[in-house]
Design a binder for this molecule. Structure first.
Ligand code: TYM
Length: 416
């Protein structure tokens, strides 16, 4: 019970308590929907997290099975262990083999006008899943969550949701298979969705959400009931118009592992409301520019590269802030070599450089000291500038009509 609380307590309490919170004699990493921090320069200890959260590691056997069932190589984010943990992925693969339907569900809490590179990770992978399995996708924009947690008006939260939808649409999701919705908008329209929320709310006590999320007596009641709203899209009964009134279609949720507390709760509630437990695929965190002790986060603009950043901003942020695992001087670097385990530019390359051979060569020559930090940063800038510029261009072309089209409830095509 104590260790569960360690991982799920609220951000505001985290800093002052971290000294005292120990698991097996060690200060535990803090991983919850509001905060990710660790004292280790190499980042969160994901093996321990899998153990504590009770999920399963994505192992070679699962990867081989995904490749066999889909007939194609897995995405490099899986191959490189960035998507590293799952719940019930074997069940999803069995359904696919049997040509039985399932759908994808992911989301975004619109707290800034644009997404940052870290947010891209689950969305890039979700797009690959949609294309590979040819399944429908629902994307929840939790503007209500951001209204409750941040200093944002309702109107501003909804505006940000529509702005964020543009970033998501620009990634190339198929409009015939994708429904994006704002909670503030859709909750008022859908009888079925609100009914699912109420069913979930009835199954979870205040004591339980205190244990899972660390809510306290002074938190507003909106926060306390919010987890039921993030749980609801896990059940196809929430979307009768989309799934042709089929209430029992299983769901697969790709996300970073910070969102897992919501879905541990959801999986616990599922059988009690006659629903199926959602399956999950968890990713690691894209680190902050300053180092892997925290994740890239929209609440700290200097930690983040946003999808609206200009080429110059990208270059300056990387050159100024990206934590280097290199030596203090060129001489020291050449003598001792660089440390890829803590070097943020190298870490970013593992997410975005698709060429395995080139990445391996960079690792080898940086570790030996032959390659300097400046070169590594240049290489990264050379990948990120065109990637973000192409995204910016696609995003600029997204019209309000297109956003409305994606956000209109309608039957999604699934032809498996
Ligand atoms: P949000 O907006 O904090 O994050 C959106 C998605 O991005 C992931 N993420 C990251 N992944 C890698 N590295 C990072 N630095 C990083 N920061 C964020 C998150 O895990 C998430 O997948 N409450 C949610 C919105 C939501 C949702 C969902 C997310 C509603 N339903 C279902 C996932 C699945 C939120 O505020 O996400």
């Amino acid at each position: 019970m104590r260790s569960e609380f360690v991982f799920t307590r609220m951000a505001e309490d985290a800093a002052k308590e971290v000294e005292n919170l120990k698991v097996d004699g060690e200060v535990a990493d803090v991983v919850n929907p509001w905060e990710v921090t660790t004292s280790s320069a190499t980042g969160v200890d994901y093996d321990k997290l899998v153990e504590r959260f009770g999920s399963s590691k994505i192992d070679d056997e699962l990867i081989a099975r995904i490749e066999k069932v889909t007939g194609k190589p897995v995405h490099h984010l899986v191959r490189r262990g960035i998507f590293f943990s799952h719940r019930d992925m074997h069940t999803i693969l069995t359904l696919y083999e049997q040509k039985k339907p399932f759908y994808l569900y992911t989301g975004r809490g619109p707290s800034s006008t644009s997404l940052h590179l870290g947010h891209l990770i689950p969305f890039i992978f979700t797009k690959w899943l949609q294309e590979t399995f040819n399944v429908p996708l629902v994307i929840q924009l939790t503007d209500d969550e951001k209204f409750l947690w941040k200093d944002l008006s309702i109107d501003e939260a909804y505006r940000l949701a529509r702005e964020n939808a543009k970033d998501i649409i620009a990634l190339g999701f198929d409009v015939n298979k994708t429904f994006i919705f704002s909670d503030l908008e859709y909750m008022g329209q859908s009888r079925a969705f609100y009914r699912t929320v109420c069913r979930v709310q009835k199954c979870v006590t205040f004591n339980q959400v205190k244990g899972i999320f660390g809510f306290g007596d002074s938190d507003c009641i909106g926060k306390i009931s919010f987890p039921a709203i993030q749980a609801a899209p896990s059940f196809s009964s929430s979307f009768p118009e989309i799934f042709n009134k089929k209430a029992d279609i299983p769901c697969l949720i790709p996300c970073a592992i910070d969102q897992d507390p919501y879905f541990r709760m959801t999986r616990d509630v599922a059988p009690r409301i006659g629903g199926k437990k959602p399956a999950l695929l968890h990713s690691m965190f894209f680190p902050a520019l300053q180092g892997a002790q925290t994740k890239m986060s929209a609440s700290d603009p200097n930690s983040s590269i946003f999808l609206t950043d200009t080429n110059n901003q990208i270059k300056n942020k990387i050159n100024k802030y990206a934590f280097s695992g290199g030596g203090a001087t060129v001489e020291e670097h050449k003598e001792k070599g660089g440390n890829c385990d803590v070097d943020v530019s190298y870490q970013y390359l593992t997410f975005f450089m698709e060429d395995d051979a080139k990445l391996a060569e960079i690792k080898k020559t940086y570790t030996s000291g032959e390659l300097l930090t400046g070169y590594l940063k240049k290489e990264l800038i050379g990948i990120l500038q065109p990637l973000v510029a192409a995204h910016r261009e696609r995003r600029q072309k997204i019209t309000e009509e297109e956003v409305t089209q994606f956000m209109t409830p309608r039957k999604l095509i699934y032809d498996y």
